[in-house]
Design a protein around this ligand. Sequence first.
Ligand code: AMP
Length: 273
Amino acid sequence: MRVVHSPLELKKLLKEEQGTIGFVPTMGALHLGHRSLIEAAREANDLVVVSIFVNPTQFLEGEDLDAYPRREEADKKVCELSGVDYLFYPDASEMYGEDEVSLNAPSVRGYIMEGNSRPGHFSGVLTVVNKLFNIVNPTRAYFGKKDAQQLMLIETMVANLFMNVEIVPMATLREKDGLAMSSRNVYLSEQEREEALKIIKSLRTATQMVMKNELHVSRIREEMLAILAPLDVEYVTIVNRSFEPIEHVEIGNTIILVEAISGTTRLLDNIWI
Ligand code: AMP
């Protein structure tokens, strides 16, 4: 595995390679969720590129940019053992200059839900993903369904800008007790982690309601909010796969999303129905 820090050097090295490129962009502190993306990339492509970059432009003033877990050595080992060919580990100073061109997230779907809690966050995400795609020029790029709104916005960007990359959505990996794996879970105290389990409990209850043919979005939300009560809930939203509001669950075309804060940690989860 080759570790590359310079964007232009990586671009040059990859241009000299033959075959398909599978790309997994991450912010590091790699867990099994990330590994599942890397493994899928390994299976379907000739080359695998992973990036680790804690992108400053997607953090808002006062968020956890400085505290975000950084595990350089452990992450390198994970990548090496997972058969990664190139690990891209850029410095913020090489990724951004001054007075830059940047992308704006769509004004509706980029500013609802997490985009409402964190205005401008998705513009930062799309800008960096665009830069990363231009550096790596991947055949396929792998993103987790756990960040469903991010995935939808990246798919939208690829379609709107006629980009030549296939986006591959990947299932959410969970801890044994159901908590969605996340690099931010290390922030949780034992009690906060226990409380965080209300999120998966609420999503499982929603699934059971749908299985019993309760399709009214308002009733499902009500039930979920009652379960989530101990947490600081940012939103519980039920939308179709285009992220439009719906009144009734449409089987095969619905996502139920939760964002809640346990202690000071923002947690996202969802189920696709
Ligand atoms: P992050 O490092 O948090 O930016 O995540 C990098 C990629 O891994 C994103 O596409 C995430 O959606 C994905 N990811 C994060 N957590 C999980 C998980 N528990 N299961 C599957 N994919 C995940």
